[in-house]
Design a protein around this ligand. Structure first.
Ligand SMILES: *Cc1c(COP(=O)(O)O)cnc(C)c1O
Length: 392
C-alpha cells in the first residue's frame, strides 16, 4: 500500500496482517519458535525454499508488521528492526563494513554513537574521522580510498544544527560511500532522508516512534540489497527486537503524525517565547527565522521538530537554578516523550567531552536542552521561568 496512501494512513494501517482469528488490532506474538507441519516443511523453511517463521531471533509476525509499517513510512524497500537504537547502528556497520574500511561521521552525533565508532569499531579495524556537521568541504576532505560510510544526524543534538542531506548524499556517492542518516529527531513525518538521496535510515525507536517513553527499540532501513547484509548480522548475532517492544512501537506509530505536529507546535511556541525572555541569551530551534540554517531546515523538514535548546544568562549557576526550580518538567536525558524533559548538556550528556571541545562545539555552561512534550505550553513556560523570573 506504499505509494497509494498518505503518511497518516500508512502510520495507522501499513503492514497489518491478521491471523486466523481476524483480530482488528495487531496481535502480539509472544512465542520464541514456530512449529512445522512435518519434517519436509521444516527442511524447506530452514533451506529457504519456503517462506515462513522459524524462530523469533530470525523473524516474528509482530516484528514483521512493525518493519513493514516503518518501511512504508520512510519510503524504504526494507526495514530491519533491532533491540535498541545503538544495536541498529551496530547492525548497520557490522552488516555492511569490514576491517580496513573507513567511516566519515558528523562530530555532532549522539555521544554513545561517538564511543561506538571511536572506541569499539576502531578495535575491529574500522576507523572513523569526525567532521563538522554543516561543512560539506570537511566531509569531502575526510574521504579516503577505503571510505564506505557517511554517518550523520540532522538536526543535531543539542544545538539543532542542520546539514543538507542531498549535498552530503552527492559527496558520499562520488566517493563510493553510502550515506546513513539517524532520523531520530525528525521521524519520517518531518523528514524522509531516502527521498533526499540517503541510502540508509537509522532509528532509535525508543524516542518519538514509541513516543511515550515505554520501550527500547531501533531500526535500519534501505534497499533490499543493503538490508540483506544488516539482517544477516542481526539473525546471527542476535540483537533482535522483542515482539512485545515491537507491538508497543507499532501502536506508537499510529499516533506519530499527530504527536509530531503537536510536539512541533509546542516547541515553536516555546522557542518564540524564550527568544524574548530577558534571562535568555540565545535560542536554537530550526523553526525560528533567527536560526542560522532556517531556510535549509524548512526546505528539508516539514517543521522544526520538538527539540529546543537555549543559553541562559549567568552560566551554569543560572541553568541549574532553572532546572532545580521546575516542578513538572522531568530532569532526564531522554527525549521524544509526551512528557517534557530538560537536560543540562555540559554536566550530563557532554560531560565526558573536554571543556575545550565543548566550547569549540558551542556547548556552553548556560546551555539547556528541552525536549518539548505534549503538556500545555503555558504550563511548560511557567515551569521554566520559576527559577529565574525575578533574577534577570
Ligand atoms: C537515543 C539515541 C540513540 C540510541 O538509541 P537507544 O535506543 O537508546 O539505543 C541513537 N541516536 C540518537 C540520535 C538518539 O537520540
Amino acid at each position: 500500500m506504499n505509494n497509494e496512501f498518505d503518511l497518516e494512513t500508512l502510520a495507522v494501517r501499513a503492514g497489518t496482517v491478521r491471523s486466523q482469528f481476524n483480530e482488528h488490532s495487531e496481535a502480539m506474538f509472544l512465542t520464541s519458535s514456530f512449529v512445522f507441519e512435518n519434517a519436509a516443511q521444516a527442511a524447506a523453511r530452514f533451506g529457504g525454499q519456503e517462506p515462513g517463521n522459524i524462530y523469533s531471533r530470525f523473524t516474528n509476525p509482530t516484528v514483521s508488521m512493525l518493519q513493514e509499517r516503518l518501511a512504508a513510512l520512510e519510503g524504504a524497500e526494507f526495514c530491519v528492526a533491532t533491540s535498541s537504537g545503538m544495536s541498529a547502528i551496530l547492525a548497520c556497520v557490522m552488516g555492511l563494513l569490514s576491517a580496513g574500511d573507513h567511516i566519515v561521521a558528523s562530530r555532532s552525533i549522539f555521544g554513545t554513537t561517538v564511543q561506538l565508532f571511536g572506541n569499539i569499531f576502531k578495535r575491529f579495524g574500522v576507523e572513523t574521522t569526525f567532521v563538522p556537521l554543516a561543512d560539506p568541504d570537511a566531509w569531502e576532505k575526510a574521504v579516503q580510498p577505503n571510505t564506505r560510510l557517511f554517518f550523520v544526524e540532522t538536526p543535531s543534538n543539542p544545538l539543532t544544527e542542520v546539514c543538507d542531506i542531498a549535498v552530503l548524499a552527492d559527496i558520499a556517492h562520488k566517493s563510493g560511500a553510502w550515506l546513513a542518516v539517524d532520523n531520530c529527531f525528525c521521524t519520517p513525518m518531518l523528514q524522509r532522508p531516502l527521498d533526499l538521496g540517503a541510502d540508509i535510515v537509522i532509528h532509535s525507536a525508543t524516542k518519538y516512534l514509541d513516543g511515550q517513553g515505554r520501550v527500547l527499540g531501533g531500526a535500519v532501513l534501505g534497499s533490499k540489497q543493503l538490508m540483506e547484509g544488516v539482517y544477516g548480522f542481526l539473525r546471527t548475532a542476535g540483537p533482535t527486537l522483542s515482539a512485545f517492544n515491537a507491538w508497543v512501537i507499532l501502536k506508537g506509530l499510529e499516533t506519530l503524525k499527530i504527536r509530531m505536529d503537536a510536539h512541533s507546535r509546542n516547541a515553536l511556541e516555546l522557542a518564540q517565547w524564550l527568544e524574548v525572555q530577558p534571562w535568555v541569551e540565545r535560542v536554537y530551534y530550526p523553526g525560528l527565522p533567527s536560526h542560522t540554517q532556517h531556510a535549509l531546515a524548512m526546505k528539508q523538514q516539514k517543521t522544526g521538530g520538538g527539540i529546543v535548546a537555549f543559553d541562559v544568562k549567568g552560566g551554569k549557576d543560572a541553568a541549574w537554578r532553572l532546572v532545580d526550580a521546575t516542578r513538572m518538567v522531568s530532569i532526564t536525558a531522554n527525549l521524544g516523550d509526551t512528557k517534557t524533559t530538560i537536560t543540562h548538556p555540559s554536566t550530563t550528556t557532554h560531560s565526558r567531552v573536554t571543556a575545550e571541545a565543548r566550547a569549540a562545539a558551542g556547548i556552553g555552561d548556560g546551555l539547556l536542552r528541552v525536549a518539548v512534550g505534549l503538556e500545555s505550553v503555558e504550563d511548560i513556560k511557567a515551569d521554566l521561568v520559576r527559577g529565574l523570573q525575578n533574577k534577570a
